[in-house]
Design a protein around this ligand. Structure first.
Ligand code: GDP
Length: 531
């Protein structure tokens, strides 16, 4: 069916990763602007409120209700159908942020030119590397004072361990930002800021061999550019699309999202270099997005805060074929035929019911409480399960105690359900049972969410006692290791998850290496296996 094939092949599904304030929202807005999905930038989301109390945050979640707002935006540009996955940062940073990357086929990494590689970028980058997806770098805010571009590339290479290949090169920065040089076209785009960054800019391009360029940018910048170009041609990695697509080489672009400079060229290059929906591994081998019938996996579950109906929305990434509303499909982990109800999608800013969707798209469906993160939904004729989504390392831990011990049942039910949605992870002391529960979260706000939800939805009051651990490691080879024989450090603690997998907690990161040294044969991992 050529129709399905061409729909799938024009899809590009990617996540934008960055540290808060690097310009992710601004860049997303500009993409939408070029896609004609919004008229004026500056209207994507009003999420930029400063820190709010947790109750406000809850109200926001409630308003969002079953919203898809913060999860995915779809728009069309240049014959492509683009899905941008949001990776929430700031106080919203949670395990969901990591899981969203499991649904993407590539990532755009936005770096603030004056700050370089920052903490949250490193964390998100690690997940992209684990998946070997292509990563494209946009070095933003060149209209401000910036670090030396060579140093920025060095930093990306040394901190993130990926080779870089600049596609364009900046000439000056801040007040002296003259533009960027396209190494392929051998052309300079002269910098001109758009009015408040809200309109598309007319760009003026000049060949590097054009005698007038020297007058345009000045002798000093002209000389510096020629020097840089020579250095780059000699020193930087050669562009190799295979390496890009394997995630070993990142094409680098310089620009300024706020002033629209370099955004459209970035988008055009990026769309050409990145891939349509990728095949995925399953229990029945590789699933080809075009050849197979409908299949999808759940990567995020959002609880509806409405107490009256404790329903949820499950977000799924379609991996193959075509989805049609009301179609019958098969929920593999539940072992049941189902009809996905109320499927919805986000087009620019509006949520709407989808009639059909294709591999590469994300849909949110009504979940009566049957789905877990990582579940597969496929056509009932051919059943398979996609590889599970790993469990990502929490960084904050607390011991949880219920205040009224009579409510044991509700407490266990509530905390287990919240864990099933993937908002928190629960652990136990290695040698004791469920009396002592340790909760781990990726973003510290999740503790408050847990407390609030247990009280509001399950009528259970809890007390959280923070623990000093910050590093968690799963034991990769538990069958070869005798847990009671592990030689630890004074800051190490042995725990297990609900499936009895052993784990280690550490206060200090250097203890991890020490324990590895002290215990020959021990293998530790930052990601936990699921399913
Ligand atoms: P996010 O937290 O990564 O989504 O960052 P935002 O897109 O909200 O940007 C953070 C701040 O940086 C905002 O005040 C933006 O206006 C500003 N900003 C974003 N891109 C640029 C840029 O290219 N140049 C300048 N000067 N400021 C920018």
């Amino acid at each position: 069916m050529p129709d399905i094939k061409s729909e799938i092949e024009k899809r590009r599904t990617f996540a934008i990763i960055s540290h808060p304030d690097a310009g992710k929202t601004t860049l997303t807005e500009k993409f939408l602007l070029y896609g004609g999905a919004i008229n004026l930038a500056g209207s994507v989301k009003g999420k930029k409120t400063a820190k709010h109390a947790v109750s406000d945050w809850m109200e926001i979640e409630k308003e969002r209700g079953i919203s898809v707002t913060s999860s995915v935006l779809q728009f069309n540009y240049g014959g492509y159908c683009i899905n941008i996955l949001d990776t929430p940062g700031h106080e919203d940073f949670s395990e969901d942020t990591y899981r969203t990357l499991m649904a993407a086929d590539s990532a755009v990494m936005v770096i603030d030119a004056s700050k370089g590689v920052e903490k949250q970028t490193i964390k998100l980058f690690k997940v992209c590397v684990m998946r070997h997806i292509p990563i494209f770098t946009f070095i933003n805010k060149m209209d401000r004072e910036a670090n030396d571009p060579f140093e920025l590339l060095d930093e990306i290479e040394s901190v993130l361990g990926i080779s870089t290949c600049p596609v364009n090169w900046p000439i000056g920065c801040g007040k002296e930002f003259k533009g960027v040089y396209d190494r392929n076209e051998r052309e300079v785009s002269l910098f001109k800021a758009a009015m408040n960054g809200q309109k598309e800019v007319d760009t003026k391009n000049m060949s590097i061999d054009d005698a007038a360029l020297k007058d345009e940018i000045g002798q000093a910048f002209f000389d510096k550019l020629n020097e840089d170009v020579e250095l780059l041609d000699g020193a930087s990695a050669e562009f190799d699309i295979e390496k890009v697509q394997a995630g070993d080489l990142t094409p680098v672009f310089f620009g300024s999202a706020l002033t629209n400079f370099g955004v459209e060229t970035f988008l055009q290059h990026f769309l050409k270099m990145t891939t349509p929906p990728l095949p995925r591994n399953s229990s029945e081998g590789i699933i080809d997005p075009v050849k197979e019938d409908f299949s999808a996996f759940v990567f995020k579950i959002q609880a509806n805060m409405n107490k009256a109906h404790r329903d949820r929305i499950a977000f799924m990434r379609i991996c193959s074929g075509k989805f049609t509303a009301g179609m019958e499909s098969f929920h593999v982990q539940g072992g049941k035929k189902i009809r996905l109800s109320q499927p919805q999608q986000m087009m620019a800013q509006e949520r709407h019911i989808v009639e059909e969707a294709y591999a590469g798209d994300i849909i949110g469906v009504f979940d009566p409480g049957i789905f877990s993160i990582g579940d597969t939904i496929c056509n009932s004729n051919k059943k398979f399960a996609f590889e599970g989504i790993p469990t990502f390392a929490p960084e904050h831990f607390a011991r949880v105690r219920q205040i009224d011990t009579m409510k044991r049942k509700q407490f266990i039910k509530g905390i287990s359900q919240i864990a099933q949605e993937g908002a928190i992870q629960i652990f136990q002391e290695f040698n004791t049972g469920m009396e002592e529960i340790i909760v781990g979260v990726v973003g510290v706000l999740q503790f408050e969410v847990l407390e609030y939800r247990l009280k509001n939805e399950y009528n259970v009051d809890i007390k959280l006692e923070p623990l000093p651990y910050e590093h968690i490691r799963w034991i990769e080879n538990p069958e070869e290791i005798n847990m009671s024989r592990i030689v630890g450090t004074s800051d190490m603690k042995k725990i297990k998850d609900l499936k009895d997998n052993p784990l280690l907690l550490f206060v200090n990161s250097w203890s991890v290496n020490m324990v590895l040294e002290r215990n020959e044969g021990l293998k530790l991992s930052e990601f936990g296996k699921n399913n």
